[in-house]
Write a protein of this length. Structure first.
Length: 509
């Protein structure tokens, strides 16, 4: 099988006209997803005030996007291999912009949860398509490493642009405006992408198996839901049933892929130790980081009293570190080794998270800023190199499916991280002792406590806020410790699983 993107010769492929301009369009899609993911944390206090979600609903608002996107990434990546990666990217970007409007004008927690889920459906088309197109645009390994570094750096830049732009919008408009910033990016992506992006797809892909799509979606959502509920409420009957249903669906998915002549996902990819090690490293990294990141914006605003724009700026060092590291990660991996760069990056993130176990209500910014910078540098090195390893491990024809596996690990890690670490924060928070007569809403979330305190006498209000903020910080430091443990374990696993792995030096003849 050959890709429809014709690499007539290695030299011609390297010198493909317009490949860097095409890359600029692809990174717009990455920016779209990254900005959307980061602005939600800043908007959470305003959503809590306006829509009054329960603590559980607030977690669903935060992670349902990841649940759905994780369940559909493999299916959408495989669909892109079949119908064309450019086509699915442009369709997905258009849908992403349209559904962003629905998010912006949600009037109830249930409506916002549904809108976030639909956004996940659209988002599942974007990330696999961008990486797969990079794999087909850049045949020279060193150029591909740089392109992946730019791709990752843009995602990191989006994590900085999102909070800063979101903070500015939240200080001047209502919370829904943070979703509307997707629209101009989407418009540029679609209009420019139509002209600049080359189409590529698998020349002999076979049919798109709908039963496999359904099994993947049910399995991923049910398993993540079970983990979330077990972390929050323990192992009840509903949780056990959901977990068993998800496990059975995923087992059915794997068995079906092994028997189909043209599977959605070639399970033989996992026999490659480098591929499997890189995927596992990505999953554990995001799991250890995401729950903390989700609650950090609330800490900066509701505990330390920073304005949204100021909170966005406070998170900037992580993005700066990730951008800088991503651009040099490929060169570092070739000079030293893949496992040294990946394991070292993960260990750095773990140590930085460990430092955050020392924070209190009034911790100064030097500790926070330094920890965030180290988190960014470590994650930038790790994610860039693992993405390169994953793409280089497969033929161009399977680039979409392989990219989807990488992104599935990312999104599944995000969902599990918010579910597990977020549930730790919420569980510890709910246990604080409030002044007599305090409404139960104060125990649902820190945003709820701030809203309740506004209607209480000054002395009672101060006591409530002090207790609620301290309890939230206690939960945050415990989650940071768990995240640090996960990251250090991931560093150890990467050191062993990625031994002997190398990035390609030259274009294969």
């Amino acid at each position: 099988m050959t890709s429809t993107l014709r690499p007539a010769s290695a030299n011609e492929a390297v010198k493909r006209p317009g490949r860097w301009l095409a890359l600029s369009v692809l990174v717009l899609a990455v920016l779209l997803v990254a900005v959307d993911a980061t602005v939600l944390g800043l908007a959470t206090p305003y959503i809590s005030e306006d829509l009054s979600p329960s603590g559980t609903q607030l977690l669903w608002i935060g992670d349902v996007y990841s649940f759905v996107i994780a369940g559909l990434l493999v299916s959408m990546g495989s669909l892109g291999d079949r119908i064309g990666r450019k086509r699915i990217l442009l369709i997905g970007a258009t849908a992403f912009g349209a559904v962003s409007v629905l998010n912006a004008y949600a009037t109830t927690p249930e409506m916002l949860i549904l809108a976030r889920a639909l956004l996940g459906v659209a988002g599942a088309t974007l990330m696999p398509a961008t990486l797969a197109l990079i794999r087909n645009l850049f045949h020279d390994p060193r150029e591909r490493s740089l392109a992946i570094g730019i791709w990752g750096a843009t995602a990191s830049a989006g994590t900085a642009v999102g909070p800063i732009a979101g903070g500015f919008l939240l200080e001047h408009f209502w919370w829904g405006s943070v979703f509307l910033i997707n629209l101009p990016v989407m418009a540029v992506l679609v209009l420019v992408g139509i002209k600049l992006l080359p189409e590529s797809k698998n020349a002999g892909p076979g049919p798109w198996d709908l039963l496999s799509v359904l099994l993947s979606l049910i399995g991923m959502i049910a398993v993540v839901y079970a983990v979330k509920e077990a972390a929050t409420h323990g192992f009840g009957a509903e949780t056990v049933v959901a977990g068993l249903l998800g496990a059975a669906a995923l087992r059915g998915f794997v068995r079906r892929q092994l028997t189909l002549p043209a599977p959605l996902l070639d399970m033989r990819l996992f026999r490659n130790r480098g591929f499997s090690g890189a995927v596992l490293a990505d999953l554990l990294t995001i799991l250890g980081m995401s729950g903390l990141v989700f609650f950090l914006s609330q800490y900066l605003q509701l505990v330390q009293g920073r304005r949204p724009f100021e909170a966005g700026l406070a998170e900037l060092p992580a993005a700066i570190g990730a951008v800088a590291a991503g651009l040099v990660a490929g060169r570092a991996a070739r000079r030293y080794s893949v496992r040294a760069v990946v394991a070292g990056g993960l260990a750095a993130v773990g140590l930085a998270l460990g430092a955050l176990t020392l924070i209190g209500q009034h911790t100064g910014y030097p500790l926070l800023g330094t920890a965030l910078l180290v988190v960014g540098v470590g994650a930038g090195f790790s994610f860039t190199v693992t993405a390169d390893v994953i793409l280089a491990s497969v033929p161009k024809e399977q680039a979409g499916a392989a990219s989807a596996v990488s992104e599935t690990a990312y999104e599944l890690g995000a969902a599990l991280g918010i579910a597990l670490l977020g549930s730790i924060v919420t569980g510890v928070y709910k246990g604080f002792t409030a002044p007599a007569g305090t409404p139960e809403a104060a125990h649902e979330s820190l945003g709820g406590a701030v809203e309740v305190a506004a209607g209480l006498p000054a002395q009672t209000s101060d006591a409530l806020l002090e207790a609620a903020r301290q309890s939230f910080v206690d939960g945050l430091t415990l989650a940071s410790g768990v995240g640090a443990t996960v990251l250090l374990a991931a560093a150890g696993a990467a050191w062993f699983l990625l031994r002997g792995q190398h990035l390609e030096e030259t274009t294969p003849s």
